[in-house]
Design a protein around this ligand. Structure first.
Ligand SMILES: [Mg+2]
Length: 323
């Protein structure tokens, strides 16, 4: 019987989704149709053993480590540098996957650029690189007012991604996670998230209607005469799974809404193809909270690299956040 440690649900949810996607990263959806992923595979894209996780999880664990010692962006920056330079929090002592924006931002951090200015802030720097690593922040912000939640999310995203679109994507993701953590079922969580995010973004001093409209599939906002369809109603062919932050967020919520257990949610995400590990990780984090880690197939956990280290990290963060 699992304890109530929701931090463990989050960390294992993310890392298992990531590891399922690693062997098939970059493979297009059509390429997976004849041989869909059904469990942990070895080798493939990055030639790694089964259960190997990637940058998504490494940077997620860096954030969890930072939070264990108290919120400190400079400390987070140092952990990111340690990861890139010294393979800190890697599965097997090797960095085999790094995003372009993340790589450039960590290089800036190494050169002494302040954390809040390190990430790219132009419209084309909106890959999913901050979304994929942000979920442990949930435990630090969950009881704070929404203005503070948004500000802190913006800070943590900005180390690698500081454009408002990346920040808003992280905000939507964490608001959904927060509703699930409160114990709402996925439909109520989704409705509450969309309501709260809409209310906040429309009242926010730096609101940009265009940047709100971009999330119309998720927030279900009317735009002119455009007929609004709920995200749930979109067909798989209409869902993208590239490395663009909007695509990853939409696909992850869509996978969660279209399945009713952890394994189906992450397998649906991975089998969308393309950025499989990140779509798997982002979906897996939400599914971990919703269904609990006891719903993760034990066979997958058994081959997971550094499972004990991850569980101990979750214990440390849980005690820091809940005592
Ligand atoms: Mg990755």
């Amino acid at each position: 019987m699992a304890d109530e440690n929701k931090v463990k649900d989050v960390l294992l949810g993310v890392v298992v989704g990531d590891a399922l996607g690693v062997p098939v990263e970059f493979i297009p959806r059509k390429g997976l149709q004849n041989e869909p992923v059904t469990g942990m595979r070895a080798y493939g894209t990055h030639r790694q053993p089964a259960g190997t996780w990637s940058d998504d999880s490494s940077l997620t664990f860096c954030l969890a480590e930072m939070l264990c010692n108290g919120y400190d962006l400079q400390a987070l920056a140092e952990r990111f540098v340690d990861w890139k330079e010294a393979a800190y929090w890697t599965a097997h002592g090797e960095v085999f996957d790094i995003g372009i924006a993340t790589s450039a931002a960590i290089y800036s951090l190494q050169k002494g650029v302040p954390p809040l200015q390190a990430g790219g802030d132009d419209e084309h720097s909106n890959g999913n690189g901050s979304l994929m690593r942000i979920l442990p922040l949930l435990f630090y912000i969950k009881d704070r007012p929404v203005e503070e939640r948004y500000r802190i999310i913006g800070e943590v995203s900005s180390l690698t991604h500081r454009h408002v679109r990346s920040v808003n994507a992280c905000f939507i993701y964490l608001e959904m996670a927060r509703q699930l953590l409160l114990g709402k079922d996925k439909w109520e969580a989704y409705r509450n998230m969309a309501r709260d995010v809409n209310t906040f973004l429309h009242a926010h001093p730096v609101r940009s209607q265009r940047e709100i409209d971009i999330f119309h599939r998720i927030l279900e906002n009317p735009i002119g005469d455009y007929v609004i369809r709920p995200l749930y109603d979109f067909e798989e062919e209409e869902m993208y799974s590239t490395g663009y932050v909007l695509h990853t967020l939409e696909a992850s919520l869509w996978c969660l809404l279209h399945t009713d257990n952890y394994a189906d949610a992450v397998l649906k995400a991975v089998n969308l193809g393309h950025d499989t590990d990140t779509t798997g990780a982002v979906t897996g984090g939400l599914a971990g909270i919703l269904y609990g880690r006891e719903s993760i197939p034990e066979a997958w956990l058994q081959v997971l690299a550094r499972r004990t280290d991850i569980e101990q990290l979750a214990d440390r963060l849980y005690h820091k956040m809940y005592s």
